[in-house]
Write a protein of this length. Structure first.
Length: 126
């Protein structure tokens, strides 16, 4: 499976459903792509999830530290990295994408994007 070399290409592959590339739940991909903060991250669909990485490949051991979306049959869940904490569950992909954005580290701290510890449930940035 071909990995996109950068963030912009990864989003284009997902939205255009480019053959031979990673595909995700179409509804959650569209909802996530509507969020500017998520569009600035590398989308990585895998095993019923949509993860977000701070940069394109190659990835280091700390690349997978951001909250991510789990696509269910009737609900969408948002978890901290490694399924450590369930941050919330919604019935719409748009609400799930917004919930994930609310739990991202501040946008101006790229170092924090790479090494953000899990947040406690219900705690949103101010």
């Amino acid at each position: 499976m071909t990995e996109a070399p950068d963030i912009e290409t990864a989003w284009r592959y997902l939205l255009e459903r480019t053959p031979g590339t990673r595909q995700g739940d179409e509804l959650i991909v569209r909802a996530a792509s509507a969020q500017p903060r998520l569009r600035a991250l590398y989308p990585f669909p895998t095993h019923g999830t949509l993860k977000f990485l701070s940069d394109g490949p190659p990835w280091g051991p700390d690349s997978d530290q951001l909250p991510f979306l789990v696509c269910g049959l009737k609900t969408y869940q948002v978890y901290t990295s490694g399924y450590a904490v369930l941050l919330g569950e919604t019935t719409s992909p748009e609400q799930a994408a917004a919930l994930l954005v609310a739990h991202l580290p501040p946008p101006d701290d790229s170092k924090q994007l790479r090494s953000q510890p899990p947040r406690s449930p219900g705690r949103c940035p101010v």
